[in-house]
Design a protein around this ligand. Structure first.
Ligand SMILES: [Zn+2]
Length: 400
């Protein structure tokens, strides 16, 4: 997922917005104002745009409620929640661990769509009551045209929430419906990896089906509820493509976690990595250390303790003329800004740190002194030895 920004904190969980979500805000507002322009010709541009914008924001709030439901259940079940990110296709809760049991997985997955459907039904009933009898329903367009702004908004939001709930129940892992399916497979087989494999196969099957239907719609196939034409068709292809890649990616993630389960950092870290001292000139660093090694980063030791880490990136920032007069201390990342691990820490946790901080290596610290260096490539090598996997794809999964 791309970058974004934090908008706040709810129940102790950071709420982030990905830039792609702003695109959806604009599209939903634009599309809705166009719809209101047709159904409510008497509203005028300002009212149409205003109601559309508020509707889009409330849609965002209901997606957030859906994700919060997942996150709160996850946390109650002992799974730490890093944050919630809203992006192009809705939201994701970044939950740090796989659920501990099939039952926990089921509950955590089902509560999201349930929240959407309940919100949807409540709003639809409330909106229906406020609208009162609509008279002649032989012309729905005219019936909707009689509704005031608030009733229109409430009814729209109600139906959209029901749709969000239903869409998420499509059995395409990692969508909620796919997770519900996985919890059944898990309960039946007792094996999370096997259950994930089956759920992700079905997820990829559903994704390809959506792609095929989408292409057929581009070429004029009329599908009930979805309609026809290039725009709806391509949108469906896009969703199918996205589901397909997330299904296979989630499966690899589970395999990696499974392989690393119970393995401490000490099993894959590099002992005695080349180190340097803070007083060294950049010139000596380059000639005597960097050029003699395949490493990208070097721990800086001062009196046996870790003082920082210097990497090729830091060297590149120094102009060549200044190499003799600049010391490692001036360009290194100081120890207090580094993320470190201990030899006993779980490799899975270390991998999370590597991915989350987007760094290539972590210094391994034991009793205050440097015990080794854990590099991404070491983790990849270990996975390659342990598991007959497509390492090229796995590499991109780890982000190397
Ligand atoms: Zn969900």
């Amino acid at each position: 997922m791309g970058s974004g920004f934090r908008i706040g904190r709810l129940f102790g969980i950071n709420i982030n917005i990905d830039w792609s979500w702003l695109l959806i805000l604009v599209l939903v507002t634009w599309n809705l104002s166009a719809v209101f322009g047709q159904t409510h010709g008497d509203w005028g541009a300002a009212l149409s745009w205003g109601v559309a914008f508020i509707a889009a924001l409330l849609f965002f709030a209901s997606v957030l409620a859906h994700e919060l439901a997942h996150s709160l259940v996850a946390r109650a079940r002992g799974m730490p929640v890093r944050n919630i990110t809203l992006f192009l296709f809705g939201g994701v809760s970044n939950i740090e661990r796989e659920p501990p049991s099939a039952g926990g997985e089921f509950l955590m997955a089902i509560v999201g769509p349930l929240t959407s459907v309940v919100i949807g039904l409540v709003l639809t009933v409330a909106g229906g009551a406020a609208a009162g009898p609509l008279g002649d329903l032989s012309d729905p367009g005219q019936a909707i045209g009689q509704l005031g702004p608030v009733t229109t908004l409430v009814l729209w939001l109600g139906s959209v929430n029901i749709l969000v709930g239903l869409f998420n129940m499509i059995p395409a892992f990692p969508l909620d419906g796919g997770r519900v399916l996985r919890s059944f497979f898990w309960a039946a087989s007792g094996n999370l990896r096997q259950a994930t494999r089956w759920a992700s196969w079905i997820g990829q099957g559903v994704a390809w089906l959506l792609i095929l239907v989408g292409i057929s719609m581009v070429f004029g196939l009329q599908v009930p509820l979805l309609g026809s034409g290039p725009i709806s068709g391509l949108w469906l292809v896009f969703i199918g493509w996205f589901l397909n890649s997330s299904a296979s990616q989630s499966y690899r993630q589970v395999v990696i976690q499974d392989v690393l389960e119970g393995i401490p950092v000490s099993r894959m870290m590099r002992r005695n990595p080349p180190t340097v001292t803070p007083g060294l000139s950049v010139s000596s660093l380059v000639h005597d250390t960097v050029m003699q090694s395949d490493d990208h980063a070097f721990p800086v030791l001062e009196g046996g303790r870790l003082a920082g880490l210097v990497c090729l990136h830091d060297v590149r920032a120094v102009s060549r003329e200044a190499w003799e007069t600049t010391t490692v201390r001036e360009i290194m990342t100081p120890a207090e800004e580094l993320v470190t691990v201990t030899p006993d820490e779980q490799a899975v946790e270390a991998l999370h740190k590597l991915q989350q901080r987007d760094v290539r290596q972590l210094p391994v610290i034991e009793d205050g002194s440097l015990a080794g260096l854990l590099r991404r490539q070491d983790v990849i090598k270990y996975l390659r030895l342990e598991q007959d996997m497509d390492v090229g794809r796995q590499r991109s999964e780890i982000g190397d």
